[in-house]
Design a protein around this ligand. Structure first.
Ligand SMILES: Cc1ncc(C[n+]2csc(CCOP(=O)(O)OP(=O)(O)O)c2C)c(N)n1
Ligand SMILES: CC(=O)[C@@H](O)[C@H](O)COP(=O)(O)O
Ligand SMILES: [Mg+2]
Length: 639
């Protein structure tokens, strides 16, 4: 039996010998590598926190003590030692373990949100609650150096610093990277704490002198080395954390589990808020990850365990954006690019290579990115802020009051819009076409294919007096979906028969819309399919086009509440157009992790489900007996 198989709760860790703990760490690394190689997931971050997580669970008493993981992508080790090792093979599989903490999975899990920089705020609140309730319980927050570049983390630290009796231990997991090396003054400050030359110099002097003392010298040096933090405190510049009034312990070698346990135990005894600064390496213990230049296997696709070679994959939407934004940059010297710590994932790496002085990585700081973009526009440039759709949520006020209010020409490129799937509820880009609807002057485009993406990006960067948004989904784009004409201010994709049904297809829904149209035409129903391209504002010509049809069906890879369909319905009503509208989109709920295709199937965003719905509506309105689903269309779409 492996050591890991003997661990069903964290308390089992306390009975292990040093050798067993070393063996356990090796077993965990092996399991992480083999599982992520097939299931995908965050290998680099989790390899970096094996010893750190074991130390936390040996010093603290989860679930009585609460452990919060910032972003949550580095919680696999936590899952393995909290009773889920046996089902770890289901990682990121539908119905299996989530790639992030999950309250449904375990009482040891608390925060499911994968948006970074939130852990310290949760922890501040939990620690205050324990104090007010008179409960002698600790709260531990694990936050990466990248997540520390998010403004919310500093809002929390500002408050935590004055909560002198909050039993709160903040473990800064400092591996020097987000995907790429962490940027900014904070990274510099952390590095100075990590590598203070005065501290190293003094330690060398002490080591030489002590080792010169026969017998006792070496032992004394070892004792001193184990207390190296003390020297550090004495010599290190007043660290930024201590300047805030926070107790600081470290830096500690995050892969030296005994040293981590000693530092955590010291922090626990303190009884107030304290920072434990752990120095780790992303991908530690797996050479292909440690050597992986781009992001140290932050979130690799499937890969070969022996070589680390990732299975080749075809181009995704992002790759096409990456090429086209460079072309825009070539012809538009005023265009600059911004990323929030995701240069490669959002496709700005080529732009950065070509125009390094016009590319800005602001850290995990989407709010700053948006308002800084407004500043760049005020300064006469045209910024393109490329960001995952879900992460723009946190910069809504900045888009509204800093960009749109001042009519700044900023282009937001929202990658991973719509259902993303694998990364769970907080990663789906399902809110942008709802929340951005309320931003006065903002123009929103949803390209249906790569050709339209290029065209719409070109149009977007021409707009100098309002924010523009171009959004596209995760994964490979469809083949181009050509237009057969224009009508209602839209591209016409299908025009067949009478004007029974107008399908308004938004962005990536085009292939589905065309398939739905064919199924309806097969049933003798006349269909027009249009793609508005710019979905905000609604073109008045589209309103008139709707007026000439018997019914309207809208399809969008966005929440149905407040989305494109809802706004079209509202616009038709305001124009006294009484054509009934059926809105198809993502139900306004948090979607459990699964593959995108499986989720689209489950929520009915498939050609057969949509076609059936239309047939039902037609039958209902014509008072004919509702068609039996399978009689007309089998669920799989066969007739
Ligand atoms: C608000 C937000 N923006 C971007 C991301 C994407 N993201 C996921 S992990 C990560 C890097 C996190 O770096 P760090 O906190 O240092 O953790 P590490 O991966 O190094 O362990 C980023 C940018 C996110 N999860 N949340
Ligand atoms: C944790 C996080 O926010 C990202 O690393 C996320 O995993 C994005 O995944 P994709 O880049 O595969 O969409
Ligand atoms: Mg990091």
């Amino acid at each position: 039996m492996s050591v890991l198989e003997r661990i069903s709760t964290p308390r089992d860790l306390r009975a292990l010998s040093e050798d067993e703990l070393t063996q356990l760490a090796a077993e965990i690394r092996d399991l992480l590598i083999r599982t992520v190689a097939t299931n995908t997931g965050h290998l680099g971050p989790n390899l970096g926190v094996v010893e750190l997580t074991l130390a936390i669970h040996r010093v603290f008493d989860s679930p009585r003590d609460k452990i919060v993981f910032d972003t949550g992508h580095q919680s696999y080790v936590h899952k393995l030692v909290t009773g889920r090792a046996g089902e770890f093979g289901t990682l990121r599989r539908e119905g299996g373990l989530s790639g992030y903490p999950s309250r449904a999975e375990s009482e040891h899990d608390l925060v499911e949100n994968s948006h970074a920089s939130t852990a310290l705020s949760y922890a501040d609140g939990i620690a205050k609650a324990f104090r007010i309730r008179g409960e002698d319980r600790h709260t531990v927050a694990v936050i990466g150096d990248g997540a520390l570049t998010g403004g919310m983390a500093w809002e929390a630290l500002n408050n935590i610093a004055i909560q002198h009796d909050s039993k709160l231990v903040i473990v800064v997991n400092d591996n020097g990277r987000s995907y790429t090396p962490t940027i900014g003054g904070l990274a510099t400050a952390l590095t100075s704490l990590r590598t203070n030359p005065r501290y190293e110099h003094v330690l060398d002097i002490v080591k030489r002198r002590l080792n010169a003392v026969p017998g006792v010298g070496a032992a004394a040096y070892d004792a001193l080395h184990a207390m190296k933090k003390g020297i550090k405190d004495a010599l290190a510049p007043q660290g930024l954390f201590e300047d805030l009034g926070l107790k600081y312990v470290g830096p500690v070698d995050g892969h030296d589990r005994p040293a981590m346990e000693q530092a955590l135990a010291q922090a626990k005894r303190f009884g107030g808020p304290v920072i434990v600064h752990a120095i780790t390496r992303k991908g530690f213990g797996y050479d292909p990850a440690e050597r992986h230049e781009a992001d140290q296997f932050h979130a690799p696709g499937p890969f070969d365990v022996q070589t680390g070679a990732e299975k080749p994959k075809g181009p995704i939407w992002t790759d096409h954006f990456a090429d086209h934004v460079v072309a825009i940059g070539e012809r538009r010297p005023d265009v600059v690019a911004i990323t929030a710590a995701m240069m490669h994932p959002v496709g700005l790496d080529k732009f950065q290579a070509r125009f390094p002085e016009r590319t800005f990585d602001v850290g995990i700081a989407e709010q700053h990115a948006a308002t800084s973009a407004a500043g760049l526009a005020m300064g006469g440039l045209h910024p393109v802020f490329a960001v995952y759709a879900t992460f723009l949520n946190r910069a809504f006020d900045q888009v509204l009051m800093d960009v749109a209010l001042h009519r700044c020409g900023v282009t937001f490129v929202l990658d991973r819009s719509g259902v993303t799937g694998d990364d769970g509820a907080s990663h789906n880009g399902m809110w942008d076409m709802s929340i951005l609807q309320v931003v006065p002057g903002l123009r929103l485009a949803a390209p249906r294919d790569v050709t339209r993406m290029r065209e719409l990006l070109d149009e977007a960067v021409e707009v100098a007096d309002a924010p523009t948004v171009v959004r596209f989904p995760k994964g490979p784009p469809p083949e181009d979906v050509p237009a057969i004409g224009t009508e209602g201010g839209c591209d016409v994709l299908v025009r067949n028969g009478a004007r029974d049904v107008l399908i308004v297809s938004v962005g990536s829904m085009a292939p589905i819309a065309v398939d739905v149209a064919q199924r309806l035409v097969d049933q003798g129903i006349g269909v027009t399919v249009v793609d508005p391209r710019w979905v905000k504002p609604v073109d008045p010509a589209l309103v008139e086009l709707a007026r000439t049809h018997t019914r309207v069906v809208t399809l969008e890879d966005n929440g149905v509440v407040g989305g494109v369909g809802a706004v079209l319905l509202q616009t038709l009503a305001a124009a006294d157009v009484r054509t009934p509208v059926r809105i198809h989109g993502i139900p306004q709920e948090f979607l459990d992790h699964a593959k995108r295709a499986a989720i689209l199937e489950r929520i009915g965003l498939t050609p057969s489900a949509i076609a059936l719905e239309v047939l039902h509506d037609i039958a209902r309105d014509s008072a004919e007996p509702a068609p039996e689903g399978r009689a007309l269309l089998d669920v799989d779409g066969s007739r």
